[in-house]
Design a protein. Structure first.
Length: 143
């Protein structure tokens, strides 16, 4: 029975390791979602400020420059692999919202995978416990 315990412990450790990896991926997704939501909020705020307003734009980590809002009709968004596209303002917002929705869907899949791994861990523990109970019953019968 000791060998079976070792096998179950190793299997449970492997599942826990997978869960930790999935949680780390979820954390990265959460960071990306947060950044995209901040982009949406910033774009909406800039649009509300309107043309002619002066804003400070960060340049690196310690400097800012004054810029005047001219037009918010077109927004340049990254579409992947260092490629950007110029989109109408509303179209850009929809594109960013679509990216958020894709990440939320991926996050849900990862959460479901975690739940499945927890279920597998519980199954292994139940198997181990029922095996130990059977062994105890057999030992009791022999005595």
């Amino acid at each position: 029975m000791v060998d079976k315990n070792v096998d179950v412990n190793e299997l449970v450790r492997a599942y826990v390791s997978q869960i930790e990896g999935l949680r780390a991926e979820i954390a990265r997704i959460d960071t990306a979602i947060s950044a995209l939501r901040q982009s949406l909020a910033t774009l909406r705020s800039l649009k509300e400020l309107g043309e002619g307003k002066i804003v400070l734009v960060p340049v690196g980590s310690i400097a800012q420059v004054e810029m005047k809002i001219e037009k918010m009709d077109k927004i340049v968004v990254s579409v992947g692999q260092n490629i950007s596209a110029e989109l109408e303002f509303d179209e850009a917002l929809k594109y960013i919202e679509g990216e958020i929705n894709k990440l939320l869907a991926l996050r849900l899949i990862l959460e479901q995978s975690i739940a499945e791994l927890y279920s597998k861990i519980e199954d292994e523990i139940e198997k181990l416990q029922s095996g130990e109970e059977k062994e105890e019953e057999e030992n009791a019968k022999e005595e």
